[in-house]
Design a protein around this ligand. Structure first.
Ligand code: PMV
Length: 326
């Protein structure tokens, strides 16, 4: 019988602290109950093929150069080949299908959830014991191919699930993780414009070079917002009104550093008009998604009915389970 391995890894939202996280300030991310499915099947051919179901593109790994969207997978295969040279020959004779649920390039961590699920499926197939740390470490290499110098927050949350406070440091990231016990009434709205992490991060880096004290002053406040919110999570004491205020302030600060856009502001204001007590972009910005908080689910649902006439609108439910393999 031909073996089939299925892996799943969650997408995520950054609740607070994007961009500041690149410079060592804390950020808060939450895994979502949508993500990437990877199906690895043994095949009778002596090749390794990777197929993206969303893009309808195929890559014959050992016979051709990867199309751009598959470059992170090449990195994963290279890293695994280096770490486990005796095992890698077994990869000739499989087909891997990739299917993502969140819109690609929307800031929901699709590249990380794909890298994590792909790594987990390949390691499992090769009979390498699945440690979350190993999966996370290899997926981070793929994230570097996708985004340049990422903080690592996306691959971490895609591996471990739940909600995390993530702080980058010289010695490696400091991470605190919790399960989410109470769902926040959150909507997720896609602006329809792709976000480009690398460009947004580079834009902020240039601005910070010109105005270091201004940008670091802004990041200080963003970091403080993340700390306050993390205390609410830790103490299981979510003050929704305060959370909404902090989202609005964080959005203003992201706008000040130049990563909002006309389209994002349109969505933010449409959501506030529809009853959101807080709304902000999530992820790198310029395009991508906006998250909005409501006092209760009934208000969130009625806003969803209005907003989804113009935009893709999802309910953002948390997921405590990280990557898993069946
Ligand atoms: O939009 P995303 O999911 O690529 O998130 C990027 C988050 C940044 O803080 C802007 C960059 C990073 O590496 O953390």
């Amino acid at each position: 019988m031909r073996r089939i391995i299925r892996a799943f890894s969650p997408s995520k939202i950054i609740l607070f602290g994007e961009h500041a996280v690149v410079y060592g300030y804390p950020a808060i991310a939450m895994a979502l109950n949508l993500g990437t499915r990877v199906t690895l099947k043994e095949s009778p051919e002596r090749s390794m093929k990777i197929l993206s179901e969303n893009y309808n593109i195929e890559w014959n790994v050992f016979n051709e150069e990867p199309p751009p969207i598959f470059k992170p997978f090449k990195r994963i295969i290279d890293v695994i080949a280096k770490k486990f040279p005796k095992k890698v020959n077994a990869l000739k004779g499989i087909e891997i299908h990739i299917s993502t649920q969140a819109p690609a390039a929307s800031g929901l961590g699709t590249s990380a959830s794909t890298a994590v699920a792909f790594t987990a499926a390949v390691l499992k197939y090769l009979g390498i014991s699945l440690s979350a740390n190993l999966i996370n470490e290899i997926a981070y290499e793929a994230e570097k191919v996708s985004h340049g110098r990422p903080s690592g927050i996306d691959n971490y949350i895609a591996t471990y699930g739940g909600v995390i406070k993530f702080t980058r440091s010289e010695e490696g990231p400091r991470i605190e993780r919790l399960n989410v016990e109470n769902e926040l009434p959150l909507l997720l709205v896609y602006t329809g414009v792709e976000r480009k992490t690398k460009e947004a991060v580079e834009y902020v880096a240039e601005l910070r070079k010109k105005l270091p004290s201004f940008i670091d002053g802004i990041f200080d406040i963003i970091g403080e917002i993340s700390e306050r919110v993390w205390n609410m999570f830790k103490n299981r004491n979510m003050d929704l009104e305060m959370l909404g205020n902090l989202m609005n302030i964080n959005q203003g600060l992201l706008s000040a550093i130049g990563v909002s856009s006309e389209e994002i502001e349109k969505v933010v204001f449409a959501l506030r008009k529809a009853g959101a007590i807080g709304a902000k972009l999530t992820g790198a910005g310029i395009g991508g998604c906006v998250i909005a908080l409501f006092k209760d689910w009934s208000k969130a649902i009625s806003a969803k009915e209005r907003i989804q006439r113009d935009y893709l609108c999802l309910i953002a439910k948390p997921q405590n389970r990280g990557v898993y393999v069946e």
